[in-house]
Design a protein around this ligand. Structure first.
Ligand SMILES: C[S@@+](CC[C@H](N)C(=O)[O-])C[C@H]1O[C@@H](n2cnc3c(N)ncnc32)[C@H](O)[C@@H]1O
Length: 206
């Protein structure tokens, strides 16, 4: 059965995210993706970086079903593991040993503004335990800089998010980075991406 979901933004942003990832990720090892959604990014990056094991995850069963369907559709069953359940705040995250032992970094695309702030705190805490010195945690999405929106459209989007759930919202980059520091992550790069998004690279420094 075809249970693939289609998230329109993924087609627009996957190439430019992939271009940055290609500068950061090493040839081998595994990458854990948090909040993989439809799975379109997962299969795209698995194909773009064939030597990597791309481990998707999502707390939502419908999304995990879609991810599995995408893996099947793209004939990646022999290469790519099935999605795992990770809800940021349900710690410890349960990760297959094969992934854990070869983990080189964690990627989180368009998640933290549609989750509670405590989820961002949990993300850094748990990533801090899983990652070693030199490994990365990458965020992609909209951010406020200096507590200010970077565009009128992000301001409107933020308001819409808060109508849906008053604990959601576009996060202030400095607050996110402060949380990173508490868990041993330093912001290595802030890359301006299309459509008022940013890609932020944090590096574990101890
Ligand atoms: C806007 S979608 C983005 C999906 C995908 N990363 C993309 O860019 O298309 C947000 C995703 O975050 C997941 N999510 C929400 N809260 C979460 C949490 N507490 N822990 C992990 N994932 C969460 C949702 O299930 C959803 O798949």
């Amino acid at each position: 059965m075809d249970n693939r979901l289609f998230f329109s933004a993924t087609e627009r942003n996957r190439n430019c995210i992939g271009d940055v990832l290609s500068r950061v990720i090493k040839k081998n090892g595994s990458i854990l993706e948090i909040g993989s959604g439809s799975g379109e990014h997962g299969v795209f990056f698995q194909k773009r970086f064939p030597k990597i094991i791309w481990q998707t995850s999502d707390p939502d069963l419908l999304h995990r079903t879609s991810i599995s369907s995408w893996i099947n559709h793209e004939e990646l069953n022999n290469k790519m593991p099935q999605p795992i359940v990770i809800d940021l705040e349900k710690i410890p995250w349960i990760i297959p040993l094969k992934i854990l032992n070869s983990l080189q970094g964690i990627v989180c695309i368009n998640v933290i503004h549609v989750a509670k702030w405590t989820s961002t705190i949990a993300l850094f805490k748990e990533s801090g335990k899983l990652l070693n010195k030199g490994q990365f945690l990458i965020f992609y999405g909209p951010f406020k800089i200096g507590n200010k929106h970077t565009s009128q459209s992000n301001y409107s989007f933020d308001n819409l998010l808060k109508i849906k759930n008053d604990l959601w919202g576009i996060r202030n980059l400095e607050h996110v980075s402060d949380e990173g520091k508490k868990n041993g992550f330093l912001k290595e790069d802030t890359i301006i991406m299309p459509a008022n998004n940013f890609l932020i690279i944090y590096r574990k420094i101890f």
